[in-house]
Design a protein around this ligand. Structure first.
Ligand SMILES: Cc1ncc(COP(=O)(O)O)c(C=O)c1O
Length: 521
């Protein structure tokens, strides 16, 4: 249990022998409108009393020194920890806004709260009625494996979004990378240039083929692979470059593509974190020979697990499909001409993907809204560096990520993360550079990637977060750096601008259970 959840529960817990005055004090401290009655010896939950119950009891003549147990109150609603969102959702009403979640010893370990979060997540999927509807269609029709109309529809939607001729759905972003490399016949003896500042999968996929990933440092301005360093890393064995559009900011593709052309190298974009981002007005995913996306649960859109290869190269598409499906000949069933894999996406997953693609613009608009609020709230704090935004880029806010420059800020990134954690605010450090990971450990010195990893953190960026949630994070950070507080209305006013996409996600689209939000431990 996180500290702030535990503290809140402790603050509102009183013995059933307490007076009404003590109950009111607890209600006041927790600001949730309730006090929990907890048996002092066993710690067992014995009921809850609301401020409304007490008001009515006082009007009926009970006094502040009366025992709280004498306050008439309806039977309390509780649920076991792990109760599904649907079931919790049905428990809420105008009268019931907080449901204590109990463990097997009947101790209160969490609180399901109507429309209020105790913990703010870095990322979470935005799944709604439409996902449910499409998945139900698969279940009802029995089309649950990789054959099925949603797979093709999902592929077509992603290809259209990237401006490519083809998109091939895969079981993950990692398998998409593996297939992209295999399609280019990359294997033992080859070298592939990758940024060190990336998620491990970029390098691992190269390793799966038997080729060697060669790590290159990042640019300070964009956090992405530095073309100047690519030039120096090219050898006669180099076959490809994988620029990663890290944290949603496009890599500087023009110099990468011109180096590739000069040295006859392939370019595979790793757009796992950058759905919808644009480079010089063109969507990522259609800029190199091939590109890949991830639809893991924390990504901008998700299929649970899932990935996609995009390309306009007709000479590669059949090969990728063949390798994705056990290398089975299209002409002859169960006839395998090459060593293939089962890297297919299921129709169930694609059904979720189609629903997610239908609201991609709205999700991106919500992410921009969050980014604008943070930028407005944090931009005057010395020593905090805001996320990059190159003039030629239209980044998307996968995770709003900042740097804490220890020399200027006076405090470290880790201290800030610790403080935010205590306040119920999730953060993530930026990726540790791959060249320092135990499985690679090249002994290189790549100062920008190392600096980013030491000073960078991602803040809560889930699209369900409201302005008041972002304001809460901003205020905690400002207080941590001894900056004066901002007014919330000024923050919202100054951060309201025109976004690339303007449609807002309606609560219904945003979640099957729009009123239900509870702390996530
Ligand atoms: C940059 C990058 N590349 C590749 C991947 C791999 O994607 P997946 O987790 O879907 O295999 C991820 C994310 O997880 C990523 O962030």
């Amino acid at each position: 249990m996180s500290k702030s959840v535990r503290e809140t529960i402790e603050a509102i817990s009183i013995s059933p022998q307490s007076t009404i005055r003590q109950a009111l004090r607890a209600i006041n401290t927790g600001a949730l409108g309730i006090a929990l009655l907890v048996e002092p010896d066993s710690g067992r939950f014995a009921g809850l009393v609301t401020d409304g119950d007490i008001r009515r009891a006082l009007l009926k003549g009970l006094g502040l020194e009366s025992s709280v147990i004498d306050v008439p109150r309806p039977k309390s609603k509780t649920a076991l920890l792990g109760t599904s969102p649907e079931n919790l959702h049905h428990m809420f009403s105008d009268q019931v806004r907080v449901v204590p979640l109990l463990d097997e010893h009947e101790h209160v370990v969490d609180l399901a709260i109507l429309n209020q979060r105790l913990r703010l997540p870095v990322a979470e999927p935005s799944l709604g009625e439409r996902e449910l509807h499409y998945v139900s269609e698969c279940v009802l029709t029995g089309w649950v494996s990789s054959a099925g109309a949603f797979v093709t529809r999902f592929e077509e939607m992603v290809a259209a979004c990237c401006g490519t001729q083809y998109a091939i759905a895969t079981s993950s972003g990692t398998t998409a990378l593996h297939l992209a490399l295999l399609a280019l016949d990359i294997g033992p003896g080859d070298e592939v240039i990758v940024p060190s500042m990336t998620f491990i999968a970029t390098a691992n996929a190269v390793r799966y083929t038997g080729a060697t990933p060669v790590f290159v440092d990042s640019e300070e301005e964009t956090w992405n692979i530095d073309p100047a360093h690519i030039a120096r890393a090219i050898t006669p064995r180099t076959r490809a470059i994988i620029p990663v559009h890290i944290y949603g900011h496009p890599a500087n593709m023009e110099p990468v593509l011109s180096l590739a052309q000069q040295h006859r190298l392939y370019v595979i974009e790793d757009a796992a974190e950058a759905h919808g981002a644009r480079y010089q007005g063109r969507p990522v995913g259609g800029l190199g020979d091939l590109a890949i996306f991830s639809f893991y649960g924390n990504k901008i859109i998700t299929t649970g697990e899932g990935g996609m290869v995009t390309t306009s190269r007709s000479d590669l598409v059949d090969k990728i499909r063949l390798l994705r499906d056990h290398g089975m000949s299209r002409e002859r069933r169960y006839w395998h001409t090459v060593l293939g894999y089962n890297y297919r996406l299921t129709n169930l997953q694609a059904a979720v993907g189609v629903a997610q693609m239908e609201k991609l613009d709205a999700i991106l608009a919500e992410k921009h809204r969050i980014a604008r609020l943070y930028t407005e709230g944090l931009r005057d704090i010395p020593g905090i560096r805001l996320p990059p935004h190159a003039p030629w880029a239209e980044p998307v806010c996968w995770l709003y990520s900042i740097l804490v420059e220890p020399g200027r800020a006076g405090r470290t990134r880790d201290e800030l993360m610790m403080r935010l954690n205590e306040e119920g605010i999730d953060t993530r450090p930026l990726f540790p550079p791959v060249h320092r990971q135990p499985i690679y450990h090249t002994g290189q010195n790549l100062p920008v990637a190392e600096y980013l990893a030491e000073t960078g953190l991602s803040l809560p960026s889930a699209i369900g977060l409201r302005a008041e949630d972002i304001f809460r994070v901003v205020e905690k950070i400002r207080r941590f750096f001894s900056k004066s507080p901002l007014s919330r209305s000024a923050l919202e006013r100054n951060s309201s601008g025109n976004y690339a996409a303007t449609r807002k996600v309606s609560p219904q689209e945003n979640s099957c259970f729009p009123v239900f939000l509870w702390s996530q431990n």
